[in-house]
Ligand binder design. Structure first.
Ligand code: DUC
Ligand code: ZN
Ligand code: ZN
Ligand code: ZN
Length: 458
């Protein structure tokens, strides 16, 4: 099977230039002018930009949480992703207490295999760090899994203590595995939440007030210090505030192997959104919580200066009508998480590139190239380059779109970005050379997405 995409403008993390792209057997075989030779399929990209398909390295599909389960599975979540120009993702496989990491991975493979539309990988969240589980980290690369996640918050379910985090970092380092950390001080947060409930402070806005930024900054600094001492690679997920950015920057300035991401929603919303009328604020409950405008400004600056190298979604979708309402009368029972897998590329492009905050090259780097490199997919995914998988999105810089849950494609009943008008959107999505979305129409079969075996040393 060969395809040539002709007449478009290719965008990579390094530059933007006119070029055709030739694809043979799903892999990019040439990028250059006048490649229109014999091919099974010719795609006219005149007036379009040809970008690497988005890679979202932080998602929670079909994840049990807060007594319910995230509402997007590996079909609906992938449909939303593909519609938004995302062609691969790395999801969190959560170790059930008592299970081995291998057994946890089997569970997540079963969720994905028959449904997948885009390519997928897994990070394993170590939630029950018994000695034999810590030992098991060394076996993960053979299973194609080269990153683990450790939670410093969510006591009683996901949180592990400092001793376990330190051991995980050390074992992961020795195995060439990257450790991801959810950095919030879970013990202090439990104390603050219990106090709020005792005082009758039950509304969604107390979610943000009981998870103050100092407790994210402190935990970020603690994890970074451990990583620095061990020389262990650390990736801080969902950085939301100035203090945490300072800790990351400090560690980086000393040469510590610390990298970090932010997530789309922290760039657009603030703690004020938790105080919307009625129970609407519950739609914005995620952890860490939404912060202040000054934090948003600091996050954009960090995306520009490289302190943050990735924008992911933390797509963790709970419907408002049946799931967020579990926390009516008690904010601690609102399922934590917000959706964004479909909107990420469009809203970041609009606010970032159209808004003059980042360049088109930075947009490509943040959404595809840097996540690929960091997560063991460099040279395989995330770039319009010879030898890479032909995961491509044809982007129309001029096309406008109003985001609304009514026309989104996942299982969600709301969008954070409801009513937001964006300019620039995907009009075609290709995965390994195969068109999977054509002008808003899905043309891929469930089960056609593949598991990505990732390399160590990302
Ligand atoms: N935060 C969320 O908002 N959802 C998933 C898990 C997390 O840490
Ligand atoms: Zn988290
Ligand atoms: Zn107290
Ligand atoms: Zn998450």
């Amino acid at each position: 099977m060969s395809t040539v995409i002709v007449g478009g403008t290719v965008v990579t993390a390094e530059g933007t230039y006119r070029a055709d792209v030739r694809v043979d057997s799903g892999v990019i075989s040439a990028v250059g002018l006048d490649l229109a030779g014999p091919a099974d399929t010719v795609i006219d990209a005149a007036g379009r930009h040809v970008l690497p398909g988005g890679i979202d390295v932080h998602t929670h599909l079909s994840m049990p949480s807060f007594g319910t389960e995230t509402c997007d599975d590996f079909y609906t979540g992938h449909l939303a992703a593909a519609m938004g120009g995302t062609t691969s993702h790395v999801d969190f496989c959560i170790q059930p207490h008592g299970a081995s990491l291998a057994a946890a991975l089997d569970l997540w493979h079963a969720k994905a295999a028959e449904r997948a539309l885009i390519d997928y990988g897994f990070h394993v969240a170590v939630t029950d760090p018994r000695p034999e589980v810590i030992d098991e980290i060394a076996t993960l690369p053979d299973l194609g899994v080269t990153s683990i996640k450790v939670f410093m918050a969510y006591r009683g379910t996901l949180q592990v203590d400092d001793a376990a985090l330190f051991s995980c970092l050390e074992r992961a380092r020795d195995a060439g595995v990257l450790t991801l950390v959810h950095a919030e001080n879970g013990d202090a947060i439990e104390h603050l939440m219990a106090g709020a409930i005792r005082r009758g402070e039950t509304a969604p806005k107390y979610h943000a007030l009981t998870r103050p930024p100092q407790l994210e900054s402190e935990a970020t600094g603690r994890a970074a210090a451990m990583a620095e001492v061990l020389g262990a690679p650390l990736y801080v997920v969902h950085v939301s505030c100035r203090g945490a950015l300072d800790r990351v920057r400090d560690a980086q300035s000393r040469g510590a192997p610390v990298t970090a991401e932010t997530c789309t929603h922290y760039l657009f919303f603030t703690a004020d959104d938790l105080d919307r009328s009625g129970f609407e604020g519950a739609k914005f409950v995620c952890s860490p919580p939404l912060r202040e405008v000054a934090d948003q400004d600091a996050l954009w600056a960090a995306l520009r200066d490289g302190t943050l190298s990735v924008v992911s979604t933390d797509h963790c979708p709970f419907r408002y009508d049946t799931q967020k309402v579990l926390g009516e009368g008690n904010f601690t029972k609102i399922p934590n998480g917000v959706p964004g897998i479909e909107e990420r590329m469009m809203v970041l492009h609009h606010a970032g590139v159209n808004g003059g905050r980042i360049t088109l090259q930075q947009f490509v780097s943040l959404t595809a190239t840097a996540p690929a490199r960091r997560f063991g997919l460099g040279g395989v995914k995330g770039s319009v380059a010879v030898g890479s998988d032909a995961d491509l999105v044809l982007w129309d810089l001029a096309r406008e779109h109003t985001i609304t849950a009514a026309t989104n494609h996942g299982a969600m009943d709301y969008s954070l970005y409801e009513g937001m008008r964006v300019r620039g959107m995907p009009v075609m999505t290709l995965r390994r050379g195969e068109v999977i979305v054509d002008n808003g129409r899905l043309v891929a079969a469930p089960g056609s997405g593949q598991f990505m075996r990732r390399r160590t040393g990302g």
